[in-house]
Design a protein around this ligand. Structure first.
Ligand code: PLP
Length: 422
């Protein structure tokens, strides 16, 4: 990003332009593209020419979003997909076959937990979980010959632990596997995982990148900093028969992973981002820094208010000095730790559920990263498919309430929470 600070490329495209070009990148709502020369189209199929041929695989508006997010995260390339779940699935299936194994932090989003522990298991991809406070040796002891990746979230949803990047990237390097980070809750404005050793970064763009609660989407970003030719990833190095024997590693060098993610996983599984959603995300990114600053400011005030409330048992917010992850938050999230708070109130699971019914204008919404404050009782909603043990391992106590603090007036937010607690 040359010498620009992050806020400037968030707002400005900083690309070369021709006289009279539109200031806002246009929505190219087209499935297909015109060509005169069939040999050029053949070159697109052989990956010897670059260009768009069919919008399942690439589209100009989607590409503008991919380029912007790759730049913001400091990667060599990105592939936008249809949801955050599709981003995790793409990131993993791009390097794992049946018979492989993954190591992941247990305090991850409930949907990702189920994807890894249930759906990927059906494809014979095995998973071992470690706790957020496990030691380096404990994590290393989970690795096997067939382990292909280690996975964690910058800020765990909803446990709100902060990933110890230094520790996990050391483990990943020792084991010779890529370190995949879900950076959804932090966004590249609060944390850039590649600067802390991540090799692949994914997002549910449905959350803060959109910010308005209007589009479901996801993205995979490749740091271009992993050596795929270490003997563990033949599908990236050896000839691919579906591309006339092309080797991604030999042909695309640092971008091998992300080219394969598009030309293999996106082409075959088809979890494509719609151009309209990419258009909305490009608008969302332009205000990301302003929104995130306000989310962080409001959330810290709410967390401090909750901490001092007699009906509140505990509060998890990484930027609270009393919190277990305060030091990691100071190290990796200097600007703030997002708008998400997890807290427990007196009255157990029923107390937690009931609190959410007593709020006047803060609604129950299965969402976060939205400018509008909303609330959720994970135990009876997002995490209800998990066993009690799995819920606790994921950082969800029965009385826990997840609050997505929005960017409204802070006095109004606190007043609604206060009357519901009373
Ligand atoms: C941290 C995190 N990752 C991934 C996802 C899945 O994203 P999506 O709902 O866009 O599929 C979510 C959804 O809440 C999430 O919170």
């Amino acid at each position: 990003m040359n010498n620009f600070k992050l806020e400037t490329p968030l707002v400005q495209s900083l690309e070369e332009f021709k006289e009279g070009e539109p200031r806002v990148y246009p929505l190219v709502q087209s499935t297909t593209y015109n060509y005169k020369d069939p040999d050029f189209v053949a070159g697109l199929f052989d990956l010897t020419e670059s260009g768009h041929m069919y919008s399942r695989i690439s589209n100009p508006t989607v590409q503008a979003f991919e380029n912007k997010i790759a730049k913001l995260e400091g990667g060599v390339g990105a592939v936008a997909v249809s949801s955050g779940q599709a981003a995790t699935t793409t990131a993993i299936l791009n390097i794992c076959n049946s018979g492989d194994h993954i190591v992941a932090c247990s305090t991850i989003y409930g949907g990702t937990f189920t994807l890894l522990s249930s759906s990927l298991k059906k494809l014979d991809i095995e998973i071992s979980f470690f706790g957020p406070d496990s030691t380096e040796d404990e994590i290393l002891s989970l690795f096997k010959e067939n382990t292909k990746a280690i996975f964690g979230e910058t800020i765990g949803n909803p446990g709100l632990n902060v990933l110890d990047f230094e520790k996990i990237s050391r483990v990943a390097k020792k084991a010779g596997v890529p370190f995949i980070v879900d950076n959804t809750i932090a966004t590249p404005y609060l944390c850039r995982p590649i600067e802390h050793g991540a090799n692949i970064v994914i997002h549910s763009t449905t959350k803060y990148i959109d910010g308005q609660g209007s589009c479901v989407g996801g993205v995979v970003v490749d740091a271009g900093n992993f050596d795929w030719n270490n003997g563990k990833f033949p599908s990236l190095v050896e000839p691919d028969p579906s591309y006339h024997g092309l080797s991604y590693y030999d042909t695309f060098k640092d971008a091998a992973y992300i080219v394969k993610a598009r030309t293999h996983i996106l082409r075959d599984f088809g979890a494509t981002m719609s151009p309209f959603n990419a258009f909305i995300y490009l608008r969302g990114l332009e205000t990301l820094h302003v929104r995130m600053d306000r989310h962080c400011e409001n959330a810290l005030k709410v967390a401090k208010f909750l901490e001092s409330h007699e009906n509140v048992l505990w509060v998890n917010y990484p930027k609270l000095k009393s919190g277990k992850y305060y030091e990691l938050a100071e190290k990796y999230l200097p600007k703030g730790s997002s708008g998400i708070i997890l807290f427990g109130i007196k009255g157990g699971a029923e107390g937690g559920r009931k609190f959410t019914t007593k709020l006047k204008w803060i609604n129950n919404v299965v969402h976060l990263g939205d400018v509008r404050t909303c609330v959720l009782h994970p135990g009876s909603t997002t995490h209800r498919q998990l066993s009690d043990e799995e819920q606790i391992a994921a950082g969800v106590m029965p009385e826990a309430i997840r609050l997505n603090v929005g960017i409204e007036n802070i006095d109004d937010i606190i007043a609604d929470i206060d009357q519901a607690l009373k």
